[in-house]
Design a protein around this ligand. Sequence first.
Ligand SMILES: Cc1cc2nc3c(=O)[nH]c(=O)nc-3n(C[C@H](O)[C@H](O)[C@H](O)COP(=O)(O)OP(=O)(O)OC[C@H]3O[C@@H](n4cnc5c(N)ncnc54)[C@H](O)[C@@H]3O)c2cc1C
Length: 427
Amino acid sequence: MKKIGIVLFTSDLRLHDNTTLARAIKENDEVIPLFCWDEEYMKSEQFGFERMGNIRRGFLQKALADLHQNLKSIGGYLLVRKGNQLEIIEELLTHYSVFKVYTKKQVGIEEKRGNERLKKILLSKGVDYEEYSTSTMYHPSDLPFSMSSIPEVFTKFRKIVEKEATVRNPLDCPLSISCPLILTDLQGLNVLNNQFVLDKRNVLPSLGGETAALEHLNSYIFEQKHILHYKETRNELIGIDFSSKLSHWLALGCISPKFIYHEVKRFEDAVASNDSTYWLIFELLWRDFFRFSFKKHPLEYFQLHGILGKSDRQPTRNKKVIDSWVNGETPSSFVNAAMKELKATGWTSNRMRQIVASYFIYDLEQDWRVGAAYFESQLIDYDVSSNWGNWAYIAGVGNDPRAGRKFNTEKQEEQYDKERKYQSTWL
Ligand SMILES: Cc1cc2nc3c(=O)[nH]c(=O)nc-3n(C[C@H](O)[C@H](O)[C@H](O)COP(=O)(O)OP(=O)(O)OC[C@H]3O[C@@H](n4cnc5c(N)ncnc54)[C@H](O)[C@@H]3O)c2cc1C
């Protein structure tokens, strides 16, 4: 009898450096590459906002189509099914004698619970189950501390990790895959049923999946060499090249952070190394830091008082005020420009994210979690730990030793948009 494995893809939509996929191919005669789209969950609201807005849906659809093409090029396909992942897998088990289900480890609390339920059911049916860490630059088991003793402050974390840990080499793309033929189901790729047109002013290089991500990385680092100026330009507001624009691909796992790390190292060896080349890795380490901190505090990041468990502030939730921020109709035209950019494209720069979050928390005096929930719905690069971790940080209930970051909006405008170019682009 053929040994069959299921690879349950979630936010790891790539062939390169994907341990989950590589293990499934190695251990089975045939593999079913599966993605489940749970419409009801994605449509459900938190603080009045749908979990996944139209822009991210559109991007997800393109990333899935690309994954399907890439799997096809090595002899397979991607099966996309609509519904609850547990029910879909249970249904597959009735048709196929599945040996094991392979998936990535989750960091969000609800996704983690989903995996726990799946594991329990599978084991009760005699089907094996295994999860792999595929989202971070440093593998969790290579860290010089346990998850429960991750330092609360980034600088401490960074210094220890940089000194004592190494980034593993990324895995190559698998050369071939064998999938049960009967399951080929291209219709499934349209389950997201999304038609959206991205605003022409958007600064993202492409919304394709893994293929576009790898092309862009090569262009940003090796062809255009923009990485050599990254540290000086990363706080700018307009254009494609001032920052790497990798976040949306990282969020859906279309590109591996380990792969990026080793490409930067290759560039440093072959071409040049400076503060900027280091700084890109430094920022990726922030991403790792938030992910590992989430493992330590899985619930606290969603609570008003965050990981500190206390706060002096008593925020309100005023619908009119919240709507004015969401729609870019606040008294600050600088903030409004970013909120309009976010609404039209699903993206705004790190600097503007900090400014609008600070404005929401300290000037409008609203509950930071409402702002984080709007970002979750709207951001094309939404990532649970980077989003909620950054919001908690700015609100002073996260990993900030300075107990919060209030930005002076006028001063920021003076420094970053003196000529009002950014505002005239978006207002
Ligand atoms: C309130 C707020 C919410 C945010 N929400 C998200 C989110 O949901 N998803 C997300 O990917 N980033 C989030 N960020 C972090 C950051 O703004 C974006 O990663 C960055 O702007 C994406 O653009 P880039 O890829 O060109 O970044 P670059 O400047 O080129 O950085 C390279 C990569 O490093 C990582 N990175 C950079 N800055 C941070 C940071 N502060 N925290 C964590 N990782 C970082 C990202 O993966 C990024 O792609 C948030 C920041 C703030 C202040």
